[in-house]
Ligand binder design. Structure first.
Ligand code: NAD
Length: 543
């Protein structure tokens, strides 16, 4: 039985029930917003109020349903957001299209200067924004700050691109002809983002989309609207100061109805979708249907291989971060660990000891390494996964519990879990977005590579070894089939300078570094004849 339980549709169902529940909560319940009051200074400094408008297209508004942003530490409402309707999305699209007409005329270095101002505005708010990410998403504060830093880094990178992006001058076979490749903006980039990186995913996309001359329209996750409002307010201020139309960076919060409007509208020339494979599959088909372009960044099922010649101490530290960091809610979280049979007991023994030391708790508290899961439905997914593991003959080595007593009982806290399974079990085939790491033994390196590749997803992978022959096999044609192929580092924590994304059911898209910027562009092959003659290609003589 497949164990994909935290599907896009289940999260959507949860968001929908949150949406409808929100309508039934009386206005007086706003008095219960104790999380807001506790963190009032930070939230107010970022322009977040108890009630917020969730649409920005040059002005703040919202004619959709009222939604609650919920604190995963105690399931209290942080603040309310009036989300966007399909009509709001329609209007926002029209406004971004208009704004982009001006933006595309900026020289690329001029665009870079605007991005520099955005970078400085974000850097000045690094800590408050990082705290908001921790509050709303539930990741620990250092990771929340790190996520905002990633956006700052991508803006630095885009500033560099503004002075280095270049096309080719291609040799022409015809005398007196020049062949040039041009890269012009596509127009509007629609960014649809997932809950787990409520700031960085938009950062990767918007920085590159803007430097290449596009306007950006953001549809964030329905459960992290406050992060998107805070970021959009900062960008609005910068754009105003730069005398640019503020609708260049528009925002429409809401659920699948507004997402679907963006995906199916021809004015969104590129859709960059980050989310589950289940939803991404539908989005990809819908965008293709209208011959739009898409970048799909979907689910992962990432593995680490530890060989007999690996540095076991280094590997165990990396595995702990990769499997427990962000409470297992990174697309690059390590979910499968394949260990050579000769070092399995030593490594897994070390991990069991390390897991016992992990402090689970409020992500804002110092020393906490594992915060809550983002939603209650994720806790249900964790419980179901535990049942599936046992039903299929797997063993729980440590963890395996929802925290139901004490201070953490009101939140979505679970114990990071290690299992012992065999490679043929269904439970390891699919991504369950929780901190469960499945361990397995292997005998030969070829067998381990086969185990790594023998899943539908192809995002991130890593080998720990000191053998150069294994390293080069791993990164070669018979090695890992993932988009991210690491050696002696975890599967997560990618740098922004490399292209980020994965193969197979991870969608094939690439964001951020390397030449990913080309995906946000219309490629032109221009042949210019300055000869005064008309020689034809392939030597054709036409009359
Ligand atoms: P999700 O698929 O449930 O939602 C993602 C976004 O899609 C949300 O904004 C949602 O509102 C929107 N959406 C839902 N239905 C839609 C529709 N019909 N049309 C348009 N938009 C629609 O994902 P999630 O639970 O928020 O995020 C977790 C998933 O994201 C995991 O699978 C994770 O691996 C993946 N992820 C991948 C990457 C990557 O780079 N590969 C990065 C982060 C997260």
């Amino acid at each position: 039985m497949a164990s994909r339980i935290l599907t896009g549709s289940s999260i959507l169902a949860a968001s929908r029930s949150a949406l409808s529940a929100s309508k039934t909560i009386p206005a007086a319940s706003i008095r219960l917003l104790s999380t807001y009051d506790k963190h009032k200074d930070t939230l107010e400094a970022l322009g977040i109020h108890k009630q917020n408008k969730g649409v920005f297209d040059g002005e703040w508004k919202g004619s959709g349903s009222v939604m609650h942003s919920v604190n995963p530490v105690n399931n209290e409402v942080i603040a309310e957001v009036t989300t966007g309707s399909v009509q709001d999305m329609d209007t926002a699209l029209a406004r971004v299209v208009e704004a982009q007409k001006l933006w595309r005329e900026y020289t690329i270095p001029q665009r870079g200067q605007v991005l520099l101002a955005m970078r400085n505005a974000l850097a000045a708010n690094l800590h408050p924004l990082g705290k908001l990410v921790a509050l709303e998403m539930g990741k620990i504060l250092p990771e929340g700050v790190g996520e905002v830093q990633e956006y700052v880094d991508v803006l630095d990178y885009a500033l560099g691109l503004s002075r280095s992006m270049s096309g080719s001058f291609i040799p022409s076979e015809r005398p007196g002809h020049a062949m040039i490749e041009t890269w012009n903006p596509l127009g509007v980039t629609g960014v649809i983002s997932a809950f787990n990186f409520p700031v960085a995913v938009y950062g990767w996309n918007s920085a590159i989309a803007l430097v290449t001359g596009n306007g950006v329209l953001w549809k964030p996750s329905p459960t992290t609207p406050l992060c998107s409002i805070a970021i959009t307010k900062l960008l609005e201020k910068v754009l105003r100061e730069q005398n640019l139309p503020t609708s260049l960076c528009s925002l429409v919060t809401g659920g699948s109805d507004v997402g679907n409007k963006l995906v199916t509208d021809k004015r969104a020339n590129l859709i960059s979708f980050t989310g589950s494979t289940a939803v991404g599959r539908k989005v990809g088909v819908a965008v293709q249907e209208r011959f739009g372009k898409h970048i799909l960044e979907l689910g992962g099922n990432n593995a680490i291989i530890v060989t007999e010649d690996a540095d076991i101490e280094l590997a165990s530290r990396a595995i702990l971060f990769a499997a427990v960091g962000t409470a297992g809610q990174r697309c690059t979280t390590t979910r499968r660990l394949m260990v050579h049979e000769s070092v399995y007991d030593t490594l897994v023994g070390k991990l069991q000891e390390a897991y016992k030391q992990v402090k689970v708790g409020d992500p804002l508290d110092q020393g906490v390494l594992c915060g809550p899961l983002h939603t209650k439905s994720a806790v249900e997914a964790y419980e179901k996964a535990l049942k599936d593991i046992k039903a299929q003959g797997g063993e729980i080595l440590c963890g395996g519990e929802v925290i139901k007593t004490g201070d953490l009982a009101k939140g979505n806290f679970v114990m990071p879990t290690l299992t012992k399974v065999s490679p043929d079990m269904d439970v390891i085939k699919n991504e369950v977005f929780v901190p469960i790491l499945h361990t397995m033994k292997f005998k030969t390196f070829d067998e381990a590579i086969h185990m790594n590749n023998n899943v539908a997803q192809g995002l991130s992978s890593s080998v720990f070894t000191s053998d150069p022959a294994k390293i080069f096999k791993w990164i070669g044609p018979a090695g890992s089939d993932c988009g991210i192929i690491n050696v002696n580092i975890p599967t997560n924590g990618a740098e922004i300078g490399g292209a980020f994304g994965g193969e197979k059911e991870t969608g094939g898209g690439r964001e951020s570094g390397s030449d990913s910027w080309k995906q946000y562009c219309r490629r032109g092959t221009c042949t210019i004849n300055y000869s005064g003659q008309l020689p034809l290609a392939q030597g054709i003589n036409f009359g």
